[in-house]
Design a protein around this ligand. Structure first.
Ligand SMILES: Nc1ncnc2c1ncn2[C@@H]1O[C@H](COP(=O)(O)OP(=O)(O)OP(=O)(O)O)[C@@H](O)[C@H]1O
Ligand SMILES: [Mg+2]
Length: 438
């Protein structure tokens, strides 16, 4: 493994203290509302529902579990006074839903409770609300963890974006050079953005070819973010390619070498960069892991992995070794489940293995060899597009088809069921007097 120049991360998860754990939530409301909200949060990997409470007494008792956030249907309380008495001492982030028609003075009285971050009166958009709860709780936890008096970064996402339920940080990697990591990472990012998911593509090459291949400038880039590694600064470092946000990688190998000691832990690490992207409102973060030196911290920062493979004998060997690294050598150091490792075969043609042969051979070697998420044939359009500073995704039908398949695996149900991609069709559910757009 040392042949790849990879250092595995020692100790526990590099993200410790950076909020890799989900936001814990206490859901309170009438039986019907509480179970509706509960099931909506269940499929969302950003949250862990600690308990459901259905009466004021129940809420008070269960607040002893110290949830990060409290999502509350205000109608279980008789009025603002009872609500104040119940959650007056709570130190997390409370979000209160009230039915349309409550007097503004009552809503104001609820707003005045210290823990209350927001009071939502009338119809509620659940996807937006979940994004707000997540960002607020994560920002407060991070501020508490860092001990810094930095302004809490809440509710300030880029205009027009909404966090999708089910946050994804996806590492696109292969231990082999030139197999199409940057091509696949860029294409997947464009596919994600085309599904209206707020997406950031982060280049990690040195020098990084992504800006050039998309007709963007080489600056600002990741080294600009490293000067002040905060979510606010991240916003200033991105460049736009249509609706996709791009953070370019390192200008040269010297800049990369200087970064390596900081990549695994601390405010400037890759796990911290993934967190900053979550705070900044991105639902999908895609790392193009084109520098082997950053493979280990990029895996620690991610919760899904796309392994890109050439369908050759060497490609097979490299892919088997990659699976070994992720599932054996680095086991316990990252949060990429085995089912979250996906294989993309790139540049197959008549003289290479065919995708099914490749997967079969891999499966003969390792039982945990990933299943095939997509395959891309060798297509001269892709290289030709790159040479004209255009993403291959926009010029190769084969690549787009493969990315649609990969996107279905990585970006859709149960996530997409509530993602912004379905905004138009989302149903309004009634819970007693509350109306929630799920
Ligand atoms: N399916 C394909 N058909 C034809 N050309 C391709 C295909 N995929 C990638 N290429 C071309 O192969 C070259 C290498 O691709 P890319 O830069 O994406 O690989 P990489 O793994 O990121 O390389 P590196 O290890 O240098 O970072 C590029 O010129 C790209 O245009
Ligand atoms: Mg590359």
């Amino acid at each position: 493994m040392s042949g790849w120049g990879i250092q595995t991360v020692g100790g526990v998860l590099g993200g410790a203290g950076n909020g890799d754990e989900p936001v814990t939530v206490l859901v309170a409301g009438s039986r019907e509302t509480a179970s509706g909200l509960h099931s909506a949060l269940l499929g969302d990997v950003r949250f862990r529902v600690l308990a459901v409470a259905t009466t004021p007494m129940d809420v008070k008792a269960k607040l002893a579990m110290e949830p990060d956030a409290l999502l509350l249907d205000g109608t279980v309380f008789e009025g603002p006074e009872e609500l104040t008495q119940t959650i007056g001492g709570y130190r997390g982030d409370a979000f209160v839903l009230l039915p349309a028609g409550v007097p503004p003075s009552a809503a104001d009285a609820v707003r005045a409770i210290p823990a209350v971050r927001d009071v939502l009166v009338g119809e509620v958009n659940f996807v937006e609300l979940a994004g707000r709860i997540y960002e607020t709780a994560r920002a407060r936890k991070q501020a508490a963890a860092s001990g810094a008096g930095r302004a809490v970064f809440a509710g300030a996402r880029p205009a027009g974006t909404t966090a999708a339920a089910g946050w994804r940080a996806i590492a696109v990697w292969s231990p082999q050079g030139g197999v199409g990591k940057s091509t696949i990472a860029t294409s997947l990012a464009l596919e994600s953005a085309s599904r209206r998911l707020p997406t950031i593509l982060i280049g990690l090459g040195a020098p990084d070819p992504i800006p050039l291949s998309m007709g963007l400038r080489s600056e600002p880039n990741i080294t600009t973010w490293l000067e002040d590694p905060t979510p606010e600064k991240l916003r200033l470092c991105i460049q736009k390619f249509d609706t996709l946000d791009v953070l370019g990688g390192f200008p040269d190998p010297v800049a990369l070498a200087g970064y390596i000691p900081r990549a695994q832990e601390g405010a400037a690490s890759l796990p911290s960069l993934a967190n900053a992207a979550a705070y900044a409102g991105y639902a999908v973060v895609i790392f193009d892991v084109s520098s082997q030196e950053l493979a280990a911290p990029a895996l620690v920062a991610s919760n899904a992995l796309v392994l890109v493979a050439r369908p050759t004998l060497n490609g097979l060997l490299q892919t088997v070794e990659a699976v070994r690294l992720v599932n054996d050598t680095m086991a316990g150091q990252h949060s990429i489940a085995r089912e979250a490792v996906h294989l993309v075969i790139n540049r197959y043609r008549d003289s290479t293995f065919q995708p099914t042969e490749f997967v079969k051979s891999g499966g003969d070697v390792r039982g945990d060899f990933p299943s095939l998420a997509a395959s891309v044939p060798d297509d001269p359009e892709i290289e030709a597009a790159h040479n004209r500073q255009r993403p291959g995704y926009l010029h190769s039908e084969h690549l787009r088809k493969a990315m649609a398949a990969l996107g279905n695996v990585l970006l859709s149900a149960p996530v997409e069921a509530r993602s912004v991609a379905t905004v138009g069709e989302r149903k309004v559910k009634r819970f007693g007097p509350l109306r929630i757009r799920m």
